[in-house]
Design a protein around this ligand. Structure first.
Ligand code: NSS
Length: 435
């Protein structure tokens, strides 16, 4: 029987013989003894001490199996327990040129991500991400939502043509999906409230710390709901995921030096800030936008909110803020226009506090056939390309709505890492498709 480091670092194991498998994380030789920090396959670390002769030939990242007696010694790093090694079996001796050391450029760490994901920082982030996914799934299951899977090879744009990845699909042209939304909309008629976790693809031509070309998209859709129901779903889901994750991953968050006192305050309800009010706040602070020709002007009603305006709006906030009621002119064709306020969409983005910005976007969908066709035409889309989607407005259309949440955006906020590329093990961006 093999143990992991975490299990044997306990009073119960002191004096017992254990076997443990892993990799040489650090190595220090003295005249008499060799000190090996062994990293197991869940990133747990324990010191193993050998008579110097037994550790000969060992190198960083060599894979080993150690048998020995658990010993308590306050000098032992990583928690005051160690293994007095009796025997060591070497599976593979790694060459001495292991490229990941203590100080490396971010670019090198990305080029060698297949190896740098063995670092403690990446292990901690990966574990937090796993908890986010786990608790997200659990929230949906416990609240009566059904998990579904939508295709990722599609024929139509959801979020505008400029970020579509085109691909050759046998003799046709197809795209990588930007969102499962249109498919989820089809499913609510027979499956009720549904949700999915699928990769979404965006040919993002800008380099930012919050955009990926491929991201994990958590999406939900339900019949007979309005904007307010959707926002309640979002704030309940996000609060649950955060509270559960910071409890389960306290150790990892501490390793990352993430102060969780702010995150503890993330409980419903979140503020609803009307879009018009957001523009007033930004104007009162002299906020400007850069125009296409590079010149600047004051932000005004009708402008979309970009990264900088989101940062300005949330920099002092402790909890997320919903910006509600964007003009339909800055939102896609599917957003329902508020019948009481022409030009205003029944839609909201959730902005994470402290400048992290948008993590979800959702709202009520346009359920009227002629309105949605008009909106498609205004956006330059050909309604014929959406024939199956328009059938949903024809056969038993109902008020409905949903949202999409970017997992990496949420993990970035929870972990407080600067670059979204570090929230995913193998990031895809404009300049990176490998490893
Ligand atoms: O484009 S969104 O704002 N909205 C949609 O795709 C809807 N069709 C979702 C829906 O209602 N079912 O993207 C939703 C979220 C957004 O708030 C971000 O958190 C995330 O998806 N997102 C991204 N994350 C990382 N990288 C990129 N490029 C990205 N684009 C969106």
């Amino acid at each position: 029987m093999y143990f992991r480091a975490k299990e044997v670092k306990s009073e119960d194991f002191v004096g017992k013989e254990v076997s443990i498998r892993g990799w040489v994380h650090r190595l220090r030789r003295q005249k008499e003894n060799a000190f090996v920090l062994l990293r197991d396959d869940r990133g747990g670390i324990i010191q193993c001490v050998f008579p110097a002769g037994k550790a000969e030939g060992l190198t960083i990242e060599s894979s080993i199996e150690v048998a020995g007696i658990v010993n308590k010694d306050s000098r032992a790093p990583e928690g005051g327990f160690e293994i007095k090694g009796r025997s060591i079996k070497i599976f593979n001796v790694a060459p001495a040129d292991y490229p990941i050391g203590e100080y490396q450029s971010d670019e090198l760490l990305l080029d060698k991500r297949h190896l740098s994901l063995r670092t403690r920082r990446m292990i901690a982030i990966a574990k937090i991400r796993a908890s986010v996914l786990h608790f997200g799934r659990r929230w949906f299951v416990e609240n009566g939502w059904m998990e579904v899977t939508a295709p990722t090879i599609v024929k139509g744009a959801v979020e505008g043509g400029s970020t579509l990845f085109k691909l050759k699909y046998f003799d046709e042209e197809a795209y990588l999906s930007q969102s499962a939304q249109l498919y989820l909309e089809a499913m609510i008629f027979s499956l009720g409230p549904v949700w999915s976790l699928t990769p979404s693809f965006r040919a993002e031509k800008s380099r930012t710390v919050r955009h990926l070309a491929e991201f994990s998209h958590l999406e939900a859709e339900a019949p007979w709901v309005g904007l307010d129901d959707i926002l309640k779903t979002e704030e309940n889901l996000v609060s649950y995921v955060i509270q559960s994750t910071i409890t389960e991953r306290a150790e990892e968050l501490e390793f990352l030096k993430r102060d969780v006192s702010d995150l503890k305050k993330v409980q419903p309800p979140f503020e609803r800030l009307p879009y018009g009010r957001a523009i007033e706040v930004l104007r009162s602070r002299g906020f400007q936008v850069v125009q296409d020709d590079g010149s600047r002007r004051d932000i005004q009603f009708g402008d979309d909110l970009g990264i900088d305006s989101e940062r300005e709006l949330t920099k002092d906030a402790e909890k997320p803020i919903f910006v509600v009621g964007y003009p339909i002119s800055v939102k896609p064709f599917y957003v329902k226009e508020d019948p009481q306020r022409p030009g205003v969409g029944l839609t909201a983005d959730m902005l994470a506090p402290r400048g992290f910005g948008e993590i979800t976007s959702g709202g009520q969908r346009e359920d009227d056939m002629s309105s949605i066709i008009n909106r498609m035409r205004k956006e330059g889309l050909n309604p014929d390309a959406y024939d199956w989607y328009l059938d949903l407005r024809k056969y038993g259309s109902v008020p409905h709505g949903g949202f999409g949440l970017g997992i990496e955006r949420l993990v970035r906020w929870i972990t407080n890492v600067e670059d979204i590329k570090d929230t995913v093990l193998f990031p895809r961006t404009m300049s990176r498709v490998s490893p």
